[in-house]
Write a protein that binds this ligand. Structure first.
Ligand code: BDR
Ligand code: CA
Length: 350
């Protein structure tokens, strides 16, 4: 860790928009119902200078996440924001999608016209690299899907990690998964990419299932959005209505969870959440546990890496690093305040 990185590790607060602004962000996303809400929230937030949006394959294939992202940009009337096409598949694995949660079209079954906006010619990884190099130390990458695009950019340019201000991610969990007992969806889909991000030295702010599972969208929220009657609020309400119905048909009594919108909101107002410093690493070898995120606290000195195998004497790198924190992890959330922010901004007049 360099000087400024160490300062992050010791600071009380995670990456955030803070007082001065607007703040340069790139939003990497796989829309996705909660991604769509996060994108609309971002585009209604004056604290952000959105340098670009980079769709990736995840909840649904890229053929759908790309037009879904373009649709949100159109609905928010923000054609000034470039959209750069991301990866079709994870770094080293076959794509697994989540249509059970987001519907076949990724928007809970809510249908919108084909977007007229087009993506830019640059790929997402090239775009991320160019923008970060243009504004060294200024850009926060907010990842709301599998981290394939960011990992590809980092792999293409060894100096890039040192120029990224921070990564705020929805992903991971220190309290069990939602796809396997161990893994959260975004990290499960591309564990190798997430491992690269956590080991890159970039200050990471992790908003995982530990907190996002405590956020459920309700019929009352949807009514507020419908009553507001703006283009953004009505689109959000339509997606929400469809996804709440889908969620009920799946037999869930509450939800859907607003995972990605909470991660985005955490950048706008970190006081919505409670934070702890962890050294986080990602399991990539596990036959049953690939994509699990493990959190080590310096104070928990009894913790160790895995036992050496008969084939080698080395334990994992955690012992070498002595658990030096690389992430601020959200451990609790004020869900009511979060929804005040989310629904308030989506229902606000343009
Ligand atoms: C994450 O996975 C996706 O299904 C959601 O969009 C969110 O990013 C939650 O595990
Ligand atoms: Ca997502």
């Amino acid at each position: 860790l360099g000087g400024s990185r160490l300062a992050f590790a010791q600071a009380a607060r995670p990456q955030s928009a803070g007082a001065a602004g607007p703040h340069r962000v790139i939003i990497d996303t796989d829309p996705g119902v909660d991604d769509a809400f996060a994108l609309l929230l971002a585009m209604r937030s004056p604290e952000l200078k959105i340098e670009g949006i980079t769709p990736v394959a995840g909840n649904v294939p890229l053929e759908l996440t790309l037009p879904n992202a373009l649709r949100m940009v159109e609905i928010a009337n923000r054609p000034d924001i470039p959209v750069a096409v991301g990866a079709r598949a994870p770094l080293m694995r076959r794509l697994v999608t989540a249509t059970y949660a987001h519907g076949e079209n990724g928007l809970g079954g809510a249908v919108f016209p084909e977007p007229k906006l087009k993506p830019i010619a640059e790929s997402a990884a090239v775009f991320i690299r160019r923008i970060v190099r243009k504004y060294p130390g200024e850009v926060t990458v907010i990842t709301l899907g599998p981290q394939t695009n960011l990992a590809t950019a980092l792999a293409s340019d060894p100096e890039l990690a040192g120029m990224i201000k921070g990564v705020t991610m929805m992903g991971g969990s220190l309290s069990g998964g939602n796809v396997t007992p161990a893994a959260e969806f975004n990290v499960y889909v591309d564990p190798e990419a997430s491992r690269m991000v956590f080991q890159s030295g970039i200050p990471v702010t992790m908003v995982g299932l530990d907190v996002t599972r405590k956020t459920a969208l309700t019929d009352a929220h949807v009514k507020i959005l419908e009553t507001a009657g703006t283009a953004v609020s009505l689109a959000a309400a339509k997606i929400a209505r469809n996804d709440i119905d889908l969620n009920r048909r799946q037999g869930n009594s509450s939800g859907p969870n607003m995972h990605d919108s909470l991660a985005l909101a955490s950048f706008l107002d970190p006081s919505l959440l409670t934070w702890k410093d962890y050294y986080v690493d990602v399991e990539t070898q596990g036959e049953l546990t690939a994509g699990e995120t493990l959190g080590y606290r310096p104070s928990e000195s009894g913790l160790r890496g895995s036992a050496p195998t008969l084939a080698g004497t080395k334990t994992s790198v955690m012992l070498r690093d002595k658990f030096t924190p690389n992430a601020k992890v959200a451990v609790d959330v004020n869900s009511a305040r979060f929804f005040d922010l989310l629904i308030g901004r989506l229902a606000g007049k343009a």
